[in-house]
Write a protein that binds this ligand. Sequence first.
Ligand code: G3P
Length: 217
Amino acid sequence: MQLFLDTTDTAVLKDLAATGLVDGVTTNPTLIARSGRPMAQVIAEICDLVEGPVSAEVAAMDVEGMLAEGRKLSAIATNVVVKVPLTRNGLIATTAFAHEGIQTNVTLCFSASQALLAAKAGASYISPFIGRLDDHGADGMALIGEIRAIYDNYGFDTEILAASIRTPAHVTAAALAGADCATIPPATFEALFKHPLTDKGLEQFMADWAKTGQSIL
Ligand code: G3P
């Protein structure tokens, strides 16, 4: 499973990328706005920090605007993936990008039928928003399983990028449901390392080791 960070915070990204466990990054207009910095600068900096795919989202709603913006975003770095919304125009643009060899991440997916259309349009990635479905009283994780089944039934290559992740349990459940990738907020990524029994066990190991008076070196 590929683990992406859902962030534009380049300092936090640099720190977590040093673990070697960050496979890519996703951004969105809200995260760009939160950075308070020019989009092209942030995306270029992120692309320098990770080798893997970096999603940068178009803002245009019309096909020609999406194509123009996507081509400009794609030119920033070879690992840019153009993010488009799951709308009629977004899927028309997705097909055009596929013919141009530009990788796409179709975002704001909330149903299996939407995901089916995105795969047929040639999307490189589909981003079903688990947390927002849960917030809406639906079962976000069930959607991952439905998309997995549909994509496997027909051999679609589109990668399932579980998004709107809220907890480590979401990451585990998405992996069990067969998602290819998960994009994770930095705080949740940090929480993946943690378990109280690990801390407790390590404390005991270190206490017992200290009693030996030995040194390994
Ligand atoms: O960036 C895509 C997605 O992960 C954002 O989800 O619900 O945290 O805004 P959310």
